[in-house]
Design a protein around this ligand. Structure first.
Ligand code: ZN
Length: 389
């Protein structure tokens, strides 16, 4: 398929820890916007949507100030490259070049090391509205579309938000050729189709393609849609040499992780924004703390009940983790007024789990189990509605 987008064909990094040059070869010249982020030190390059056809392992190559880099879609029409830096650096030059003298069109980024004080000063000036790519023929990204279109007044059905984890520049966990972001998107879409066919809920997806959606936006979608339920779909992996866990786990939000594995997982899932180059310091706090606290207590009770229902139903179709109900501080579960759970479908690092995750029939059965749990949640909720106790 001929991509309508500029194609990146090769990448080179040259230089040392004082000056480093990054060059991306393309089939046509593109515009860019580059800025830095601190803690950890990063450089983010926003460019129009590009089809990356470069070596899969290219991003792992460390050189000079660049410890590693990654790239991918952050929204329809917009790609992003993120460098992890080995220390504070400034962007000395950043420009696109037309093809010339037998050389292809190029994107050139020159980095120069600076001390932390200079880095932080530059940061204050250059990187305020950095959360969104400012470049490119920007179609309305799905997240914004969902934010802009609240629940229609004539639709009284409860809203269920399905949140396939990761996407775009953020691959999630990986095993062999299989990235978490693709597995969970497939599951999420199958679940949506199942629920829509039954017609009892209005289903909203946080993403339906390979696009990066910041964690805060996922929560915002749930809140803006006045969602009655938020279901985040993920798959886990254990780092090599840390045993061989298996099975599905259902997580709810908690200030205190239920065990060290839950804590490790929440930490790694919460890194999604850093991977996408989102500035973590911009945490919106638009509701007074006391209100959050009150709403949260009730929301958590609902979340816990739904989590138990999911475990009960999934048990019949999927291998479950030996402790399938856990809690930890997942940022994506933090809507104070929307019952939210995060389902880890299994471990891509475990051979049998991976086989299941890739199996059509397993997916169909397990989607059915989750749909069943959703039905159970709402039927009970309606019965117990009205004046409490
Ligand atoms: Zn994940």
């Amino acid at each position: 398929m001929a991509a309508p987008f500029p194609v990146a064909t090769d990448v080179r990094i040259a230089g040392d820890e004082h000056q480093t040059r990054f060059i991306l070869d393309l089939d046509k010249r593109i515009s860019l916007r580059a800025f830095t982020l601190a803690d950890p030190y990063r450089v983010v390059i926003d460019i129009p949507q590009v089809s990356f056809q470069i070596n899969a392992g290219a991003g792992a190559a460390a050189r000079g100030l660049v410890k590693a880099f990654r790239y991918g879609l952050v929204m329809p029409g917009g790609s992003r490259i993120v460098f992890d830096l080995s220390g504070p650096a400034k962007i000395k030059n950043a420009y696109g070049l037309d093809p010339a003298n037998g050389q292809p069109a190029r994107l050139v980024i020159d980095l120069e090391s600076v001390d932390r004080t200079a880095f932080v000063q530059a940061l204050a000036v250059e990187s305020r509205p950095e959360l969104r790519p400012a470049i490119g023929p920007v179609a309305v990204p799905p997240a914004v579309a969902a934010l802009a279109a609240p629940k229609p007044a004539n639709d009284a059905r409860p809203v269920v938000v399905i949140d396939p984890g990761h996407g775009g520049i953020d691959n999630g966990t990986q095993s062999g050729g299989e990235a978490e972001k693709g597995l969970v998107l497939g599951f999420g879409i199958a679940l949506r189709d199942r629920l829509e066919k039954a017609g009892k809920y209005r289903v909203v997806m946080t993403r339906t393609d390979d696009t990066f959606i910041p964690l805060g936006d996922r929560v915002k979608i749930a809140r803006n849609q006045s969602a009655a339920l938020f279901v985040s779909i993920h798959a886990d992996a254990l780092p090599k040499g840390e045993g061989d866990a298996q099975g599905a786990t259902v997580y709810t939000l908690s200030d205190k992780a239920s065990d060290s594995e839950a804590e490790r997982l929440a930490d790694s899932e919460n890194k999604a924004d850093a991977i996408g180059g989102v500035n973590l310091t911009e945490e919106p706090t638009d509701v007074a703390d006391i209100l959050i606290d009150l709403a949260q207590r009730e929301t958590r009770a609902f979340s816990n009940r739904f989590a138990r229902l999911v475990v009960g139903e999934m048990k019949t179709t999927a291998r479950m983790h030996k402790h399938p109900l856990k809690s930890a501080g997942f940022r994506v579960l933090k809507a104070p007024d929307v019952p939210s759970v995060l389902i880890e479908l299994g471990y891509v690092s475990n051979k049998e789990d991976l086989l299941q995750l890739q199996s059509e029939s397993w997916r169909s059965k397990t989607v059915g189990a989750v749909a069943q749990a959703i039905d159970g949640f709402f039927s009970k909720k309606i019965v117990s509605a009205g004046p409490k106790n």
